[in-house]
Design a protein around this ligand. Sequence first.
Ligand SMILES: C[S@@+](CC[C@H](N)C(=O)[O-])C[C@H]1O[C@@H](n2cnc3c(N)ncnc32)[C@H](O)[C@@H]1O
Length: 228
Amino acid sequence: MMIKENPKDLVPTFFTNTSNSYDDIVHWTTFGKDSLWKHKILEQLSDQETVLDLACGTGILTKQLAEKLPQAKITGVDITKTYLEKAKKKLISYPNISFVNQDAEKLNLEKKFDCITTSYLPKYCTAKILIKNCIEHLNVDGKIILHDFTYPKNFFVQKMWNLYFKLLYFLGFFIPNWKNVFVDLPSLIRATNWVKEYEETMRDYGMTVHRQDLTWGTSAIIVGTKTA
Ligand SMILES: C[S@@+](CC[C@H](N)C(=O)[O-])C[C@H]1O[C@@H](n2cnc3c(N)ncnc32)[C@H](O)[C@@H]1O
């Protein structure tokens, strides 16, 4: 259960061969909470005309954004080609969605957005790099909405959480493509300090920031608004 030095090194291991089953796995392994968490992201949006969904994966959130904001132009970006291909196929009937294969830490889209969303990306990235890139792609008054897993602080929830990941570890023997994720993800979530790092970085850039802890502290959303 070793975490590689840079969490980003886990990205090819986790995502190269998992795109076909991702939607089912994320739904079942979070007991459907993934939908609730994405709903909380969507609650932050109202009348944006342009939205960038970073690390869009198979496009679960991208689709929901396009449905909530049918007049808006939505751009999905992901580093993993297999995930992006899956998203493109699934969302071919949405003319207001386009996709780009890029690393969010080297983002270069030559345009700005009213809102940037991302679900399950922060823990793989360096806050200072990701936020700098996001701010360069964000209009004034625009929002950055970051969502990811967190390690719960409550003692009893921690015990349940640890037990649950032990069960997933054994489940991994029956779902080989997901074994690496089930083995390495808990250590990554325990080790990451993404909420504090991204909050501090956004404040350093003069953004107003607020945070929402979700589902007994097992995930969190932070929203930063660019004021100037
Ligand atoms: C767990 S999936 C989440 C997909 C989607 N956001 C969702 O909530 O369903 C994580 C995604 O992050 C992408 N990813 C990881 N690091 C990335 C980076 N530096 N730039 C762009 N995408 C990245 C992976 O390729 C993968 O598709």
